[in-house]
Ligand binder design. Structure first.
Ligand SMILES: Nc1ncnc2c1ncn2[C@@H]1O[C@H](COP(=O)(O)OP(=O)(O)OP(=O)(O)O)[C@@H](O)[C@H]1O
Ligand SMILES: [Mg+2]
Length: 351
């Protein structure tokens, strides 16, 4: 276990800056999930941490020791990639023990550590199999086993579950969660999956174009996004954001037909009004704060989403009781919960 500190990290590929002066303190034993749009620099940052890529500027400290110029093997971090190439001609036991064998650890020690790792990952019945005789999830567990056996100070995961089908992902997510509870190893985990981010993270770090937009617990990010980017990025379906302006002491929504929202202004230049789908109720067309027409309904069994055209560029998503039958084409009113509103200014910062 280790505390990891990233200080003023910058990364340039030729004249393109991919990481733009990034600071991050990771506590010992913390589970950090790194999220952000494709190309925002997540893998690059992980590779810099691992030592597979040099930072152009800045430093990396592991337990207060500067490791910026150290080789990957000297950092004590284990990385698990999305494509986990196992050695095809070696069985599971040999794959897991390989790093120890090359390090010259003796046979009996390797055997006992492989047995220990196999037990943790429930791979004991599979130790004699070749990778081609394993399911995707089992192969992924072997890849994690190879990383664990080195008893790393930290784990780096780059979208480790994205090749698996939905059911296996859930299974492996629970395995990774259990593993972290059991071993308590400091972890940095990259994913595009909202559920993985929300359920695994002690802290989620939202990255955009090489800059941290916000770092905080899943609850903090969901209920208190510091900017419009995080508001829209965290949560699925995403938060509704309606353009508006302040007018005569009230917020006016900028829709096809501007209407007063009934919400008092802050006098601070509100430009966006945000409200999550579960914080809007549908009502009679004449009674709502906003009027609209149902375009699409999505019935998912345990929940239901209704997409309403209110004249904004984007349709408004509303979560509705699945027992309720909603008819496409019908006119409805939307009533946002007044104490669950998020206001952002022109610069897209939270007010
Ligand atoms: N070796 C390289 N040379 C030049 N540009 C690179 C190199 N590696 C990455 N980049 C660029 O750096 C940016 C960040 O890439 P990175 O792989 O870190 O993104 P990412 O956040 O992991 O994206 P994804 O979610 O798609 O995996 C991208 O614009 C990418 O094209
Ligand atoms: Mg990547």
């Amino acid at each position: 276990m280790a505390a990891i500190r990233l200080q003023a990290i910058e990364k340039w590929f030729d004249d393109v800056q991919v990481i733009k002066g990034l600071d991050l303190d990771i506590q010992e034993g913390e589970f950090i999930v790194l999220v952000g749009p494709s190309g925002c620099g997540k893998s690059t940052l992980l590779r810099i941490l691992a030592g597979l890529e040099d930072a152009s500027l800045g430093s990396i400290l592991i337990d207060d020791e500067d490791v910026t110029d150290r080789l990957p093997s000297e950092r004590g971090l284990s990385m698990v990639f999305q494509s986990y190439a196992l050695y095809p001609h070696m069985n599971v036991a040999a794959n897991i023990g390989f790093a120890l064998k090359t390090a010259g650890v003796d046979r009996s020690e390797i055997d006992s550590r492989v047995a220990q790792v196999a037990k943790i990952l429930r791979l004991e019945p599979l130790l004699d199999r070749l990778p081609k005789q394993l399911s995707g999830g089992q192969r992924q567990r072997v890849a994690i086993g190879r990383a664990i056996i080195r008893e790393p100070k930290g784990f780096l995961f780059d979208e480790p579950l994205s090749n698996l089908d939905a059911a296996l992902r859930v299974n492996m997510r629970l395995e990774i969660s259990r593993l972290h509870d059991q071993l308590g190893i400091t972890t940095v985990y990259v994913t595009h999956d909202q559920t993985e981010a929300m359920t695994l993270a002690d802290r989620i770090v939202v990255l955009n174009e090489g800059v941290i937009m916000q770092a905080g617990s899943p609850r903090e990010l969901y209920s208190n996004p510091q900017n419009k980017f995080v508001a829209e990025f965290i949560g699925s379906p995403k938060m509704n954001l309606m353009p508006c302006r302040e007018e005569g002491g009230q917020l006016s929504l900028l829709s096809a037909s501007i209407q007063k929202s009934g919400i008092s202004t802050t006098g601070k230049g509100v430009a966006w009004l945000g409200v999550r789908p579960e914080h809007i109720t549908l009502c009679d067309a004449k009674q709502g704060m906003i009027a609209g027409k149902i375009m699409v309904t999505e019935y998912l069994g345990s929940e239901q989403y209704v997409y309403v055209d209110c004249g904004f560029e984007d349709v408004i998503t509303v979560r509705v009781d699945p027992a309720e039958e909603c008819t496409v084409g019908s006119h409805v009113g939307l009533m946002p919960a007044q104490d669950c509103l998020h206001l952002f200014d022109e610069g897209e910062s939270r007010l």
